[in-house]
Design a binder for this molecule. Structure first.
Ligand SMILES: Cc1ncc(COP(=O)(O)O)c(C=O)c1O
Length: 411
């Protein structure tokens, strides 16, 4: 057996990939300035400055900063008018928060399938899922790659349904020449640790619709209204406000994002063209109309058939042994134990049979094909990217010429 690390040989790489998140002098300075000169929460100019800068950066008139992406989703759904028992359409392939925010609004998640080539929600699977209870379509820009918004918007507008973008992973991404987030009624972002802009935790909603933005303000701020009194509460909101310290950490990152996006873009393109030469590993495609991905995570697809039936999980182990961590990411969301629902706890879901749901592309993508690299890998330098290519090449070459030990390998 040659020197595959999985079978005792030397790994391609033992060094870590670039660390994330990154503390810069600009973040340190802005934090210190806010600590020394500003309120740390309500009435901080730092929060106003972040809201104004992030709105402008995302081609939006309004931004409401929130303490997490999950809460931002709940606020946006409530502000879009979602009421108990309403239905919200979402892709089955996303982080759990996209679905749980719907449940937290006492609404019903309705899952649609994805397009295998892009990993994004398939607009062709939406219309058959619309009922007279559908209030919102909630597409996700998966791994930061914009979903086909024009097709989804056309359906939403025809049926008078709101479109809210889950852009939690898509800072700076561009669809049809416009930054994502405020293309429909509004959209949300996350600034949790692993995101391309991070303050440890955090979120934001952007929109061009004043009425919607005002409702978001209210839900995220204990039901208060803009220009209302401090003790005057109009909605069942909560305190979901962002702290000024988080806002301070994020302001400089609006500026540094562009240069990091350029690195991510270059590295993704370089990996894509390298994989074009490896039969059995296929780069993810852009959805129709997408101009620029945020390249949050590098995704590609594995074809077991082209590797003599060697399971994807064995390929993962071989890559991990070489020092390049590949993995499968999410499960089809409707199969998470959460969706074996207890109707005492969620009476409004009575009659929903998530257990029998089977969305073919989502299943194939999750269980057989998708390959993830970690978020920080696309920020690597040339040597880092070369190591990833070398590991892909070393492992796949061996899987093609010497299948037996792989097929005998038990996980
Ligand atoms: C697609 C998606 N939606 C929502 C969220 C929730 O964001 P947060 O972790 O900030 O609550 C995340 C990230 O974690 C996400 O990836």
């Amino acid at each position: 057996m040659p020197d595959l690390a999985l079978f005792g040989g030397n790994p391609i790489r033992t060094k870590p990939f670039p660390s994330w998140p990154k503390l810069t002098d600009a973040i340190r300075e802005q934090l210190l300035y806010t600590l020394e000169n500003e309120q740390w929460g309500v009435e901080s100019n730092t929060i106003d400055k972040f809201n104004a800068s992030f709105a402008a950066f995302h081609d939006a008139k309004h931004c409401i900063s929130i303490h997490s992406g999950t809460s931002a989703l709940w606020v946006a759904l409530k502000a879009a008018g979602v009421k108990a028992g309403d239905e919200v359409i979402l892709p089955a392939y996303t982080f759990i928060a996209t679905a749980t925010a719907i449940l937290m609004a006492n609404a019903v998640p309705v899952f649609v399938d994805i397009d295998l080539k892009t990993g994004n929600m398939d607009p062709l699977d939406i219309e058959s899922k619309i009922t007279d209870k559908t209030k919102v379509i909630l597409p996700v820009h998966i791994a930061g790659s914009p979903v086909d918004l024009n097709s989804i918007l056309a359906i939403a507008e025809k049926q008078n349904i709101a479109l809210i973008e889950d852009a939690a992973q898509a800072h700076g991404a561009i669809y049809d020449g416009k930054k994502v987030g405020a293309i429909g009624l509004g959209g949300i972002f996350s600034f949790q640790s692993s995101k391309n802009m991070s303050s440890g935790e955090g979120g934001a909603i952007v929109s061009n619709n004043e009425e919607f933005a005002d409702a978001c303000f209210s839900y995220h701020n204990c039901g208060r209204v803009r220009n209302g009194k401090w003790y005057e509460h109009h909605r069942l909101g909560s305190n979901l406000r962002m702290s000024a310290l988080n806002a301070a950490m994020l302001i400089p990152q609006i500026e540094s994002l562009e240069s990091e996006m350029a690195i991510r873009d270059k590295n993704r393109k370089s990996l894509d063209s390298f994989l074009d030469g490896i039969q059995g590993l296929t780069p993810i495609e852009f959805s129709k109309g997408a101009t620029r991905s945020a390249n949050h995570i590098y995704l590609c697809r594995y074809s077991e058939d082209l590797f003599s039936g060697i399971p994807r999980e064995t390929f993962f182990k071989a890559m991990q042994a070489e020092g390049v961590y590949t993995y499968k990411g999410y499960n089809p969301l409707y199969r998470e134990p959460l969706f074996i629902t207890n109707h005492d706890e969620y009476p409004w879901l009575k009659g929903q049979d998530y257990k029998s749901l089977y969305l073919e592309n989502t299943e194939t993508f999750c269980e057989k094909e998708v390959v993830w690299l970690k978020q920080n890998h696309l920020l690597g330098d040339e040597e880092d990217i070369q190591d990833i290519k070398n590991a892909f090449e070393k492992v796949t070459k061996e899987m093609k010429t010497n299948q037996k030990p792989f097929l005998e390998f038990t996980l």
